[in-house]
Structure formats: structure tokens, C-alpha cells
Design a protein around this ligand. Structure first.
Ligand code: BES
Ligand code: ZN
Length: 471
């Protein structure tokens, strides 16, 4: 059975790559409304593709106020944002497992475009990789599952398990998929959620991710005088909001890299000695890491290694500061206001809404009486820690070994976030299997994003074997 699958997938390689190229050409940037029609095109492309594979009830759940009823089942409206694509094949019967495959077809913006060697939506193959925005994050990765299931369908006329496919178009911006899940629990009921949207620790080292950081994001605005002022007339007497904000920001961390917000670390789950030892054994080279980033030295929380800092310790970063005059030449303005976008990557068992509140309260507390402070919570997602044992994970390890012809499969954590995982856990009671196919040098969210062809083809093989093992 598996031999048949692998032989078939070998023959279909070129064909699969051509199809991925087609999908990658659609500029599905969710955060920019100029691309709304591309988002629709992307959803329709996927709907047609999933239908052709042989899935049933393949539906696009449109944005806003539209209620789609398909019978059965009933899908209620997705209140805002970009379309969701849903499809199912439930003919494996009530005793077979049901797997929910999640992926996101939206991608990050492409700026700075001038740093791309080839255009982000003109997929190009070089150095054994396919270069395009979304190639690794996440179109290339979830497409592996579609091709694997198609192989089962073509060869055997059926799937080894019941499958529900859920693809969203808002992961990279402000996802409303949680509402959809809460409103459609019966529809999405499953034994496991399977997600390929993470990276390996190193090439040739298939990695299963067992923890993700969450995120709490705020925007703070500091307002001083009621209008922009002349810095000659008023400078020295009126506090400058940009400098006030800079000073507030500098108080968020101390010189040991500790976040100074009161009670910030209260719920942080400490790493076990066992995990720390496992991290040390992983193929991670700090010298190469620095070289790749072009930095002479690293900096972070004292007492923790780089992998510990990025995977299992909370961090806090300022993403942008706005205010005053940034145009050409000199303008002697004492600005009326300044604002900053700030987020914290949080770890189990910190809660995103509580952390946003702690950040907001602290910023208000440390602000001088010369300014007014407003804090908005932009979005957040919870941290994840999945059980490493169980049938699903065991099947994923076996599948990786067979598909990549290696005994070397490792467990790792990730510093990034996939907010929907906690929703699967809390609302559907479904554990997630994070079997990613990306590599650390895929440049996700950066110019020249790529996906290694070996990982694309190997990812398809992995998924094909994985579903077979679950039957
Ligand atoms: N695929 C990433 C998550 C990820 C990042 C996994 C790095 C492994 C390594 C995902 O698409 C992503 O970027 N998520 C956002 C979520 C945020 C917008 C709430 C993130 O982590 O910034
Ligand atoms: Zn992603």
C-alpha cells in the first residue's frame, strides 16, 4: 500500500510542483484590502481543487453577514474577513478516526519588494528551492496534505480516515476563525487537528513541534499638548511625547533582559531539566545563527540559552513607533503625540488577555502627569503545549522516518504563534499534531521566502504515509 503510494508520488512530482506554482501566483495578502479580490480567487482555486480531489460539501464560507446553509451540515456565517474554505470526506465510517487538516492560504505582505531576487508572486525554482511569498508559510506546507490525500483517492478510491479540511485566509492578519469554530463545533468535531505550518530545527532533521508561544499585542498612544508646537517657543517647558514614550518603553525591560512589568512572570511554566538537556542536543549552531543574522552578539534574558529564550521564555518587542516629523529636511516640531506597537510572545501558562492588561496597566502607571496614555489591544493568541505521546504523534514520527529515510526525528518548540491551536484544544477538545515541513532558512515573512523542493515532495510522502498509519 505504502509502496504503491510512494511510487505514484514519485511519478507525479512535476505535476504537483506545477500545481503549487499556480497557487503561489495568487497574491493572497490578507492584511491589505487591495488584495481582497485575490483572496477570493485563492479561495475559489482551493475550493475547485479540493472538489476535484473528491471531497464533499466543499464550501466557501464568505465574509460578513452571509449565512450559508448546506445540507447537511449547517454552516453558520463567518462574521468578518476573508473566506474560509471547508471540505470533508467522511466515508471511512464511524469507527475510523476523523482528522481536521488546518492551513492558511493568506500570506504576509511582500515589502521591501526591492530585496526580492525574483518577484514574490512569480514562483521561481533555483538552488533546489521554490521561491515565492507563501511557498513555506503556508501554501506549500498545507498543499502537501492535499496531494497526499489525492494520491489515496486516485489509487484506492477512498481515504484511510475521515477528513475535514479547513483553510483560512486571515491567519497573518486578524483572524476571526475562532468565531467560526465556536459556532460550528459539531461540523468540525475530530480526533486530531493536523497542522503543517512550522519549521524543522535543521535540514535533514524532521521535527515535530510540541509547543508554540502565544502573543499579546498592544498599541499605545501618548498625547501631550493639544497641537504640534514650535520647539523654540515651547521646548524646555512642555514634555515631548516621543521622548516620554521612549522613556516608558525603556522601562519595560531591565539590563538583564527581564521584563519589568509587575507579576509578568507569575504564570510562566519553567522548563524542565529534561527539556533543557534535550535542547542542548539539537543541531543548533549559535555562531552560524549570528552570522546568518549579521549580528556580532546576541542579547536576551540572563540565564537562558538562545533556544530557551526564543522557545520557552516570554519576550517583548516594539514593532514600530510613529510620531513627529519624519519627512525630508528639518522641521522644528514639538509633537502633540507619539504611538508605538508593542507585543509580547508569551509561554504556557500565561494568558494573552491578562498579559495585554498587565502591559497596558504598567504603561499607564509609569506615564508622567504631563501626558495622556491610551492603550488598545490589537490581537492575541494563546501559547500551546501539546502532549508528545499518543497514536497521532507516534504515526507522525513513523511517517517522517519513512518518508525522509532517516531515523533522526526530533521534538522541538517554536517561538512563533499559531493562535488557532488553542481554539482547537479548548472548543473542539482536539489535540493538535504540528508536523511542519519548513526549514529555518525559508525566510518566512521576509524577502525571498522559499520552500525546499525536497521538503515539499517529502512532505507529501510524509502525509500520505501518516494517514495510512492512522487507519
Ligand atoms: N507559520 C507561522 C508561525 C510560525 C512562525 C511557526 C515561526 C514556526 C516558526 C504563522 O503563520 C505566523 O506567522 N503566525 C503569526 C501569528 C500572529 C499574527 C498572531 C506570528 O507568529 O507572528
Ligand atoms: Zn503560517
Amino acid at each position: 500500500m505504502q509502496k504503491k503510494l510512494l511510487d505514484y508520488l514519485e511519478i507525479e512530482k512535476e505535476n504537483h510542483l506545477m500545481q503549487l506554482i499556480d497557487l503561489l501566483k495568487i497574491p493572497t495578502i490578507s492584511s491589505d484590502s487591495k488584495f481582497n479580490s485575490a483572496m477570493k480567487r485563492g479561495a475559489t482555486w482551493l475550493q475547485n481543487h479540493i472538489k476535484e480531489i473528491g471531497f464533499n460539501n466543499v464550501t466557501i464560507i464568505e465574509n460578513r453577514d452571509k449565512v450559508k446553509n448546506i445540507n447537511p451540515p449547517v454552516i453558520s456565517a463567518n462574521k468578518k474577513g476573508h473566506p474560509i474554505v471547508y471540505g470533508e470526506w467522511l466515508e471511512a465510517g464511524p469507527n475510523a478516526k476523523t482528522i481536521l487538516i488546518y492551513g492558511h492560504y493568506d500570506v504576509q505582505p511582500v515589502d521591501p519588494i526591492n530585496l526580492w531576487e525574483t518577484l514574490p508572486f512569480e514562483p521561481t525554482i533555483r538552488n533546489g528551492k521554490i521561491y515565492a511569498r507563501g511557498s513555506s508559510d503556508d501554501k506549500g506546507q498545507f498543499f502537501c496534505h492535499l496531494k497526499a490525500l489525492e494520491a489515496h483517492m486516485k489509487l484506492f478510491g477512498k481515504l484511510p480516515v475521515n477528513v475535514k479540511i479547513l483553510l483560512e485566509g486571515e491567519e497573518e492578519s486578524d483572524s476571526s476563525l475562532d468565531e467560526f469554530i465556536i459556532n460550528n463545533k459539531e461540523l468540525l468535531k475530530c480526533d486530531y487537528a493536523v497542522i503543517s505550518d512550522t519549521e524543522w530545527i535543521a535540514p535533514d532533521t524532521p521535527s515535530i513541534c510540541y509547543a508554540l508561544r502565544g502573543i499579546a499585542y498592544v498599541e499605545v498612544k501618548v498625547t501631550g499638548p493639544n497641537r504640534d508646537l514650535h520647539s523654540g517657543t515651547f521646548g524646555g517647558a512642555v514634555d515631548n511625547p516621543i521622548q516620554v514614550l521612549a522613556s516608558m518603553i525603556s522601562k519595560l525591560k531591565d539590563e538583564h533582559g527581564k521584563i519589568t512589568i509587575p507579576n509578568f512572570y507569575d504564570d510562566v511554566l519553567e522548563l524542565t531539566e529534561e527539556e533543557r538537556n534535550e535542547f542542548k542536543k539539537l543541531p543548533f549552531n549559535e555562531e552560524n545563527y549570528k552570522k546568518d543574522l549579521g549580528v556580532a552578539a546576541l542579547n536576551g534574558e540572563a540565564g537562558y540559552s538562545t533556544l530557551e529564550r526564543t522557545w520557552a521564555r516570554p519576550s517583548l518587542d516594539v514593532h514600530g513607533i510613529t510620531g513627529g516629523y519624519t519627512g525630508e529636511g528639518a522641521k522644528t516640531v514639538l509633537p502633540s503625540w507619539a504611538s508605538a506597537k508593542i507585543s509580547s510572545r508569551i509561554v504556557p501558562h500565561q494568558k494573552p488577555n491578562e498579559i495585554s492588561k498587565k502591559i497596558a496597566d504598567y504603561l499607564r502607571d509609569i506615564a508622567p502627569p504631563t501626558v495622556k496614555v491610551e492603550v488598545d489591544e490589537l490581537h492575541y493568541g494563546g501559547p500551546v503545549l501539546v502532549n508528545r505521546h499518543g497514536e497521532g504523534i507516534t504515526a507522525a514520527i513513523k511517517a517522517f522516518k519513512k518518508a525522509f529515510n532517516t531515523q533522526k526525528v526530533v521534538f522541538m518548540r517554536e517561538g512563533g504563534s499559531i493562535p488557532i491551536v488553542t481554539v482547537f484544544e479548548n472548543e473542539l477538545n482536539a489535540p493538535s499534531i504540528l508536523m511542519g515541513f519548513g526549514l529555518p532558512d525559508d525566510n518566512i515573512h521576509s524577502p525571498n521566502e522559499s520552500f525546499a523542493l525536497e521538503n515539499f515532495f517529502g512532505g507529501i510522502r510524509t502525509a500520505a504515509i501518516f494517514y495510512d498509519l492512522l487507519k
